[in-house]
Design a protein around this ligand. Structure first.
Ligand code: MN
Length: 368
């Protein structure tokens, strides 16, 4: 299963702050998409954040609404006052975090985490216990935490690759080893510091992980998180896993989050980027016009994106003639060559189909 943290980790992108109404809009669309759990925020951060989490929790969504909480009763009380369905309680056991952040021994940190889990469970919440910096934590220590959490009936144990520094092979091994020894459900939360967040999430899936944490457009701290659209579409197309999502909403959701977050999307962004289904090269265009799968892995309409054929330096005569023919403009060989020369002279950017048509009409067309 997928749980989305666009509204919590995604909002921790430097410079991003969603207003309550923006968070509600995103939550509604995540719900419509079919995301079963939404991490709506971290209520103790501010009064407005608390209001946003409470508003999302009382929206009557199909999705379960979770929020983040430190391993402290007061944070769980805040969560309860927002009326959420569940909490993600976190603790760090890595040597770095214990020494420089928590300043306490392992045993004390485990005790705090378990107290928090028990307190939240006693109040009827769904509880995930996340081990921050789990990928730089000794495995025996991680296992000890999760085993104890299992004994106090935690609902899920979370492996956070907080600094984004594990490899897919390492993640596969980590999840496999924990799966062998634990009964509790496991989740992963991957960061993209080496561009491996999606790969690591899928490696965890291959090793049997139960839940994957994602954000829309992969927004989040530093280099961001595993992208919702990448993980879900890869699961569907490459692994044959149908989570029942309305995949055609992926592109509109991505557009909405880009607009509301003010974070510009990389044109090369898989699935939802402007270039994801754009073709210019003559050889590619000629083939795609006959059979799109020659240069596309799946139909763009699956994810609500669109194919674009554009014209520039790399264009070829076959593609140009075919596109114009489809618009009722039939060019002779000689006319096509004149037009192609004109197209290749475009020094910046490219022509869209409409611009190509106008150029053809203006310069060489014989309209039939
Ligand atoms: Mn994170």
């Amino acid at each position: 299963m997928i749980y989305d943290t666009t509204l919590r980790d995604g909002e921790q992108t430097p410079g991003v702050s969603f207003a309550v109404e923006a968070k509600l809009k995103i939550a509604r669309m995540l719900d419509e998409l079919g995301v079963p759990q939404i991490e709506a925020g971290f209520p103790v951060v501010s009064k407005e954040e608390w209001q946003a989490v409470r508003a999302i929790a009382s929206e009557g969504l199909n999705a379960e609404v979770l929020c983040l909480a430190r391993s402290m009763k007061s944070d769980i009380d805040e969560a309860l006052s927002c009326d959420v369905d569940g909490v993600i309680v976190f603790i760090a056991l890595s040597p770095l975090h214990l020494k420089y952040k928590l300043k306490m021994p392992v045993s004390r940190a485990i005790e705090l985490a378990l107290d928090a889990v028990e307190y939240a469970k006693d109040h009827g919440l769904f509880v995930q216990l996340s081990a921050e910096d789990a990928t730089r934590t000794p495995l025996t220590r991680l296992y000890r935490l999760f085993k104890h959490a299992e004994e106090v009936s935690v609902d899920r144990a979370g492996i956070a690759d907080t600094a984004g520094c594990i490899t897919p092979t390492g993640m596969h091994r980590l999840v496999s080893l924990l799966k062998q020894k634990l009964k509790v459900k496991l989740s992963v939360h991957c960061h993209n510091d080496f561009g491996l967040a999606t790969a690591n999430s899928l490696a965890a899936y291959e090793a049997g992980v139960d839940a994957i944490s994602v954000t829309v457009n992969g927004i989040g701290e530093r280099c961001g998180n595993a992208a919702l659209e990448e993980v879900v579409t890869a699961l569907y197309c490459l692994y044959g896993v149908d989570l029942g999502f309305k995949l055609h909403l992926l592109k509109p959701l991505s557009d909405m989050v880009a607009a509301l977050s003010g974070v510009k999307r990389d044109p090369f962004k898989p699935i939802v980027g402007e270039h994801a289904f754009k073709h210019e090269s003559g050889i590619h265009v000629a083939a795609v016009l006959k059979e799109p799968y020659t240069y596309e892995p799946y139909d763009p309409s699956l994810v609500g994106n669109r194919r674009a054929i554009v014209f520039g330096k790399h264009s070829g005569i076959t593609g140009i003639r075919e596109i114009l023919k489809r618009k009722g403009i039939v060019l002779s060989e000689a006319e096509s060559r004149v037009l192609l020369d004109g197209v290749k002279k475009i020094s910046k950017g490219y022509l869209t189909e409409e611009q190509l048509t106008m150029l053809a009409l203006r310069e060489v067309a014989t309209i039939q």
